[in-house]
Design a protein around this ligand. Structure first.
Ligand SMILES: NC(=O)c1ccc[n+]([C@@H]2O[C@H](COP(=O)([O-])OP(=O)(O)OC[C@H]3O[C@@H](n4cnc5c(N)ncnc54)[C@H](OP(=O)(O)O)[C@@H]3O)[C@@H](O)[C@H]2O)c1
Length: 326
């Protein structure tokens, strides 16, 4: 199957995913939308002679456009994804799906109403390392998961405005949280309780967040995100018959070690251009006519958005209200 992709945004992750797309059979970048025609044209020329647009709506009418990938800052995901869904174009939206729960609910409702494919680009789910981890857990080798510990963080340059500016999704949780929180949700489902403490920057976005999640089953998770410290970027999964240490960087899940009474077993799964697995999955979904991914369900994205909303409310972070721009 050939899939003609249109990208919205020409920043860091757009570049990474465009490079990965070149390795995906049948995938081709055919159009790019940017805030400026010059950047769109330059990005399009660099990745396969794609047509540049300075307007998302115009790009959505591009002949041969089969799917759109949204790679703008989080508060800007909603409008572009909404436009794609209204135009009936399948859409892959960078993580987090949106910057607020209300916007996530709006997108998911629209995707379901229109029956158009929509998926959050939680690329980690499609990596060989993640599948191997799930296989180990499903084998019963370590028993039942009772707790998850994970952290992720670094100290961005002051010039990396996306991390500091509330208008473009500043703060640690929405940017880094999809990985530790996503892992806890993947292994244990949606939590029944969420408690958080955090510190804010002068502009009111979350600088550091520590989260305690609880499940009715008795399982717990201790998770943190930070833009104030170099964090380990690791995770520890503790289960009734052993524990698993996931090495850094958690988003790429390159390696994990299973510890049981029988000893240690190391699983190596480092891959280059790992976003290609996510793109291949989207191609398969489109080929099969699916309106959502069976692996990154829209419901799952809503559950994670609910956790983020609860955490950001509790730490008092400034919120960017995408709906109505309040
Ligand atoms: N999956 C992953 O591995 C991964 C990694 C990093 C980031 N992300 C996610 O991807 C998204 C983008 O992150 P990034 O690191 O690529 O950011 P970035 O380098 O700042 O790029 C974002 C791009 O969005 C466009 N844009 C549209 N409206 C904008 C606005 N109001 N302000 C600034 N830029 C705007 C810009 O392209 P034009 O100038 O061409 O319009 C900009 O280059 C975020 O939601 C982030 O969470 C995912």
């Amino acid at each position: 199957m050939t899939v003609g992709w249109g990208f919205v945004g020409t920043g860091g992750i757009a570049r990474t995913v465009a490079t990965a797309l070149e390795l995906v059979p049948g995938g081709r970048l055919v159009a790019v939308a940017s805030r400026t025609a010059e950047r769109a044209a330059a990005f399009g020329a660099e990745f396969g002679d794609a047509t540049g647009y300075d307007d998302v709506s115009a790009m959505l009418a591009h002949p041969g456009l089969d799917a759109v990938y949204i790679a703008t800052p989080h508060p800007q995901h909603h409008a572009a994804a909404r436009a794609a869904l209204l135009a009936g174009v399948p859409v892959l939206v960078e993580k987090p799906l949106t910057a607020t729960l209300a916007a996530a609910e709006d997108l998911v409702a629209l995707a379901r109403e229109r029956g158009v494919f929509c998926m959050e680009a939680w690329w980690t789910r499609f990596l060989p390392g993640t599948q191997a981890l799930l296989d180990v857990l499903a084998s019963g080798a370590v028993g039942d998961v009772r707790s998850v510990h994970a952290d992720l963080g670094f100290v961005p340059e002051e010039s990396a405005t996306r991390f500091w500016d509330p208008a473009i999704g500043g703060g640690s949780l929405l940017d880094l949280g999809p990985y530790p929180v996503g892992l806890a949700h993947l292994l244990l489902g949606a939590p029944d309780r969420v408690q958080a403490v955090g510190t804010l920057t002068e502009r009111g976005v979350d600088r550091q967040v520590a989260m305690a999640l609880g499940w009715a089953s008795g399982a717990v998770a201790a998770l943190s995100t930070t833009i104030a410290a170099q964090a380990s970027g690791r995770a520890w999964i503790e289960a009734t018959g052993g524990w698993i240490e996931v090495d850094a960087p958690l988003p790429a899940l390159p390696r994990f070690t299973v510890h049981t009474s029988a000893g240690e077993q190391v699983h190596e799964h480092a891959v280059a251009h790992g976003h290609r697995f996510m793109l291949e999955h989207v191609h398969t979904c489109l080929e099969q006519g699916l309106t959502e991914s069976p692996l990154v369900l829209l419901e799952r994205s809503l559950e994670v958005a609910r956790t983020f909303e609860a955490v950001l409310d509790q730490v008092g972070a400034v919120r960017h209200h995408e709906l109505g721009d309040a």
